[in-house]
Ligand binder design. Structure first.
Ligand code: PMV
Length: 318
């Protein structure tokens, strides 16, 4: 019996960083996914990552990039979620770029947890999966808000605030597309989050207004998303980027990409995720795709054409 599980990457549309202090954020899953297959293996517990080219034998010390899987196994044993550890061979394969702000670590944790629990005969339970993946996220970066594991588990568009999830049902208009432009600068989410929190602490009476402005953006964006008012969404994305600049997570390269996209007709462009590298999202009309792609190609490390999708975890057994 083989279990296959997959979970999507995500983009944060509004509210990254502000969400860490309990303000709301909006994220959606995208059509890039992490896949895990798991099957019995008499020789022990082996986890292989195809895209990282790494292999980890449980019981040995894991490579840094694979610590999250050991943590998930240990957590499930320690918390009594599984009563007896079964041997298995898991293969992880993902088309979500790593360290780019697209939630690749959360998606692999969610997909691995789903496959791991199914392999141990535990009933499919999204709340449990997301909670376990959150434990792994804590290991990857110190103070995660929980948005990445939540969106990867549930999928669709969500408003996330301190652990609570509200779905926004929207039908994505076909004539609008989203570029995820990878700056090629690998960032560290944990460092970016602590830097922002320090700035907040030093200037709380100023920064609280920035955080409140972000909340207002999210509240308005919910309405604009529901009514498919793309002009409004675009404008709010641009305002949100301004707030991200004020908390210190932009870079020259990010600004270059954003300005070039806007000069070439994009409706909006902003950091998605932690910033200080990672990715920029660009909202554009489909008819301008070629022109904007051509303008960005020389300065981007990679451009992904993505679309929001409704699915979160997908699991099947054969
Ligand atoms: O890891 P990233 O780049 O997707 O960023 C996560 C979003 C933050 O709000 C910066 C951190 C968090 O835990 O919500």
């Amino acid at each position: 019996m083989i279990t296959y599980a997959s979970a999507p990457g995500k983009v944060i549309w509004f509210g990254e960083h502000f969400v860490v202090l309990g303000y709301p954020a909006i994220a959606s899953s995208i059509n890039l996914r992490a896949h895990v297959s798991i099957r019995d293996n008499s020789r022990g517990i082996i986890i292989e990552s195809r895209n990282l080219g790494l292999r980890y034998v449980y019981g040995e010390s894991p490579p840094r990039e694979m610590r999250q899987f050991k943590h998930i196994i240990d957590y499930c044993v320690e918390e009594g979620i599984i009563d007896r550890l079964r041997r298995f061979h898991a293969v992880i394969d993902s088309n979500i770029p790593v360290a780019s702000g697209l939630g690749s670590s959360a998606a692999t944790s969610v997909a691995f947890t789903t496959a791991f629990l199914a392999h141990h005969g535990i009933d499919y339970d999204k709340e449990l999966i997301s909670r376990i993946a959150y434990e792994a996220e804590k290991l990857v970066h110190g103070k995660p808000s929980g948005i990445d594991n939540t969106i990867s588990t549930y999928g669709g568009f969500i408003v996330y605030r301190s652990g609570s999830v509200k779905r926004i049902r929207i039908k994505w208009p076909n004539d609008y597309i989203l570029f995820v432009v990878d700056t090629g600068i690998r960032r560290n989410t944990g460092k970016a989050v602590s830097m922002v929190l320090e700035r907040y602490r030093r200037n709380e009476d100023i920064m609280k207004h920035v955080y409140r402005a972000s909340e207002k953006i999210v509240n308005k964006a919910i309405k604009c998303l529901r009514s498919q008012d793309m002009e409004c969404i675009a404008e709010l994305m641009n305002i949100n980027h301004g707030l991200l600049v004020s908390i210190g997570v932009s870079l020259q390269k990010i600004e270059l990409i954003i300005h070039r996209a806007l000069e070439n007709g994009a409706l909006a462009a902003k950091i998605t995720g932690a910033g200080l590298g990672g990715s920029v999202i660009v909202l554009l009309k489909r008819e301008l795709m070629k022109r904007i792609m051509k303008a960005l190609r020389p300065i981007a490390s990679h451009i992904y054409v993505v679309k929001p999708v409704n699915s979160g975890i997908i699991v099947k057994r054969e």
